[in-house]
Design a protein. Structure first.
Length: 301
């Protein structure tokens, strides 16, 4: 048994499929199947079984998976730690970034960071906040930028950037005569919103439910600019972060402040609680903190 076999096994479990895991690992499916078979022979136990053509873990397989995940996290921390001892500001940061956060803040932060640390690279995963947080928890990402709040049991939150959501409407929408709205005023509107993997979606739906209605959603999407385009065409309205829409700057749109509902849009940079952080990751966390402080000072001017 070696670390490669264990990592192969974990990938099969994570993907629920030999074919998908083989694609992720960039090896052939027969080679992956052979590796798992040898692992089962060494353990003298079956790790998987099929039911209705779906792959499931046996009881022993489930226990082995839980221990394997912990082992891989410790192994990766060991490798990174040894690299830190011999490196000078080099490395790769595996960073999870939801598309909305990437558009507003992270692209600028990463660009500035690369200028200061040119030998540190980023491996970016663009997914919804729920997905990247889960990947941090599994040890698949070093850190992620997510919308707060998040689990303080699972994660350490290193930096936060506070801001607000707004309701975005076309200037010809009757709501455009207001500067502030409540969600109760929106119950007869048609919306577009991000998909369910994004925290913004959860906050939006929660606000609607607390206002006593189920929103009529024209389109669920992972693209904020598509949402803005739909609103600019006067097909619907939406809820998006103010700094994002201020960058978008479309003259046919009006941004309305939200009253009486959850409207905080706070970004947090998270890592798995208690996990060893590489030197590159620590440098990035410190850099984001300095960037936030500078950003807050400039916003007060």
């Amino acid at each position: 048994m070696d670390i490669k076999q264990i990592s192969y096994f974990v990938e099969v479990v994570n993907h629920g499929s030999y074919s998908l895991a083989a694609k992720k690992l960039k090896i052939s499916q027969p080679a992956l199947s052979t590796s798992i078979k040898k692992l089962e022979e060494e353990l003298e136990a079956k790790l998987f079984f099929y039911s209705n053509k779906k792959l499931f873990l046996t009881d022993i397989g489930r226990e082995f998976y839980n221990n394997s995940r912990k082992l891989l996290i410790d192994y990766n921390a060991l490798i990174v730690g040894m690299q830190d001892l011999s490196s000078k500001d080099i490395g790769t940061i595996k960073l999870g970034v939801p598309v909305v956060i990437g558009s507003v803040y992270m692209a600028d932060i990463m660009g500035r960071f690369k200028q200061e640390y040119p030998k540190i690279n980023f491996q970016i995963i663009e997914e919804g906040g729920d997905i990247v947080a889960d990947m941090v928890d599994k040890g698949e990402l070093d850190c992620a930028a997510v919308i707060m709040p998040t689990s303080k049991v699972k994660f350490d939150v290193h930096n936060t950037i506070p801001n607000k959501y707004v309701i975005v409407v076309h200037k010809d929408n009757p709501l455009a005569k207001y500067d502030k709205v409540t969600f109760e005023m929106l119950k007869n509107e048609v919306f577009t919103t991000l998909t369910k993997t994004y925290t913004t979606n959860h906050i939006f739906i929660s606000n609607c439910e607390k206002a006593g209605f189920t929103p009529e959603v024209l389109v669920y999407t992972s693209q904020w600019d598509f949402m803005a385009t739909l609103v600019a065409n006067n097909q619907c309205i939406c809820m998006l972060p103010r700094p994002l829409m201020e960058k978008y700057r479309n003259p046919v749109l009006k941004l309305l402040d939200i009253e009486g509902s959850q409207n905080e849009w706070t970004i947090g940079l998270i890592t798995k609680k208690g996990q060893y952080l590489s030197k590159a990751t620590r440098l990035f966390i410190d850099y984001v903190k300095k960037y936030n402080q500078q950003h807050q000072l400039e916003s007060k001017k």
